[in-house]
Write a protein that binds this ligand. Structure first.
Ligand SMILES: Cc1cc2nc3c(=O)[nH]c(=O)nc-3n(C[C@H](O)[C@H](O)[C@H](O)COP(=O)(O)O)c2cc1C
Length: 442
């Protein structure tokens, strides 16, 4: 049944006396895709915007001219040709400083009635999973973030890492799960801290980024999982706002979840083609152009999670040398990353003189940092229906305000097109940004 209600007929409130916001949350999109500008715009409009702390030192290098990545590479340059990366470690002081800078600079510009949260992925193991995550969480709290969303992992010990922090009970803390089983496990392991999450994002199989499902993702659906989570919480007398995510493309899609008992929705893909979004403009055009058959869920991420992306992502098949001395965000506690193994296998089997390709894994750090992994939600192919087309075939970028208000006020699955704008002058392809830090630079 099609509802005539709009998302604006609902509000999300944390606790009995907490702030009230429009129940629309912009999901975290690393690396710097849901950037400060985009998150702030969502907060200004009264919703919740996420920044991400994925690869935060390289993000602050690019934005605030710090030189964290260069310093790290300088320290470990001697190891660049070594396939054993176990010596490569992050300086925790540097991680803390970068995170504080990223969050403080964002929060200093915050306006409006909404909130700004940060997305922290557990799979970003950074050579020392516990220690680096603790520093990232603490520094975000120190720098005044409104809330932290724990993602890409079960986070069974993450609350405990910050239970002594003075803001442990005042900041909003949430967790992303893809099943009731993961939620039950999280609640059980965290009961010792005496603190429930303030919200639970239930991410279904149509989301962008990494998926909490196997390659059989198509057998699951968000409505069923959301209903299971709502039932589980009710049966256990737990009052925790539930926020479904993944494939919620219209305001009416959102209302359907709110009418089921969800407290808000989390969305991302529709905001990837906004002017504020951190993707380069030519990549935004790739998202607009995409057709359904151009989207793939593959296993090239070294994290072990399947990931959804455009088949034309330049990262697929790239045989770039592992860049762990500069980046190394996916190194586990023993200095391992599945890409290093895949790369070494390709080096052994590629005949001399042939171009090196690595098909089974990708160097996610380098390619996410350079916007070469075009990860997207399943409905990326519907973005072309949300805007206007210029005579040369390119698409008009949207504003975050337009997309936000379309979610907020639209009814009956309608999507409002933006007012026509003259085509901006063509920019040179690619991004005029700081070059990546490679071994030869230092
Ligand atoms: C470009 C892109 C990057 C993403 N990166 C992350 C991320 O770094 N961490 C995360 O938890 N989720 C990530 N996601 C998932 C979103 O936060 C969100 O939950 C999901 O995409 C919502 O579904 P939708 O895109 O269909 O609206 C990403 C999604 C997209 C489209």
């Amino acid at each position: 049944m099609t509802t005539r209600r709009a998302l604006d007929d609902f509000r999300l409130r944390f606790g009995d006396h907490g702030p009230e916001v429009v129940p629309l949350m912009l999901g975290g999109m690393g690396v710097d895709i849901s950037n400060t500008d985009l998150a702030l715009e969502v907060a200004r409009l009264g919703g919740i915007g996420h920044i991400s702390d994925a690869m935060v030192p390289t993000v602050t290098d690019r934005r605030y001219e710090t030189e964290f990545t260069k310093a790290k590479l300088k320290k470990y340059k001697y190891n660049v040709k070594n396939s054993d990366k176990s010596v490569v470690k992050f300086d925790l002081g540097m991680v803390r400083e970068a995170q504080k800078l990223h969050v403080e600079k964002t929060m200093a510009r915050k306006t409006g009635a909404g909130m700004v949260f940060i997305n922290c992925m557990e799979k970003l193991t950074m050579g020392a999973p516990k220690e680096t995550l603790k520093v990232r969480l603490e520094a975000a709290l120190d720098a005044g973030i409104d809330g932290i969303t724990l993602s890409a992992g079960l986070h069974l010990g993450s609350f405990a890492l910050i239970e002594d922090h003075p803001r442990f009970r005042d900041a909003k803390l949430g967790i992303i799960v893809s099943s009731v089983r993961a939620l039950a496990l999280f609640l059980k392991k965290n009961s010792r801290t005496g603190r429930l999450p303030d919200y639970v994002v239930v991410e279904g199989p149509l989301a962008g980024g990494h998926l909490g499902f196997g390659l059989d993702w198509a057998q699951y659906d968000l409505k069923t999982i959301t209903a299971e989570v709502l039932r589980y919480l009710a049966e256990n007398h737990l009052s925790i706002p539930v926020i479904p995510a993944g494939g919620i493309f219209t305001g009416t899609d959102a209302v359907e979840y709110l009418e089921m008992g969800a407290a808000a929705v989390q969305v991302a893909t529709r905001f990837t083609v906004t002017k504020e979004c951190g993707l380069p403009d030519d990549v935004k055009q790739e998202y607009f152009k995409a057709n359904e058959e151009d989207v793939v869920v593959n296993t090239i991420s070294p994290t072990g999670y399947p990931m959804r992306m455009l088949k034309s992502s330049p990262a697929i098949g790239s045989g770039i040398r592992p860049n762990c001395e500069s980046y190394g965000y996916l190194l586990d506690a023993n200095g391992h990353c599945a890409y290093i193994d895949a790369y070494n296998r390709a080096v052994e089997t590629t005949p001399p003189g042939d171009k090196l390709h690595v098909w089974d894994k990708t160097c996610l750090c380098t390619h996410m940092r350079n916007f070469k992994v075009w990860t997207c939600g399943h409905y990326v192919y519907r973005l072309k229906d949300t805007t206007r087309r210029y005579p040369d075939g390119t698409y008009q970028l949207l504003t975050a305000e337009h997309v936000f208000k379309d979610y907020q006020y639209s009814t009956e699955h309608q999507i409002r097109l933006p007012d026509p704008e003259p085509q901006p002058p063509q920019k040179a392809k690619g991004r005029a940004a700081a070059p990546e830090t490679l071994a030869d630079d230092v």
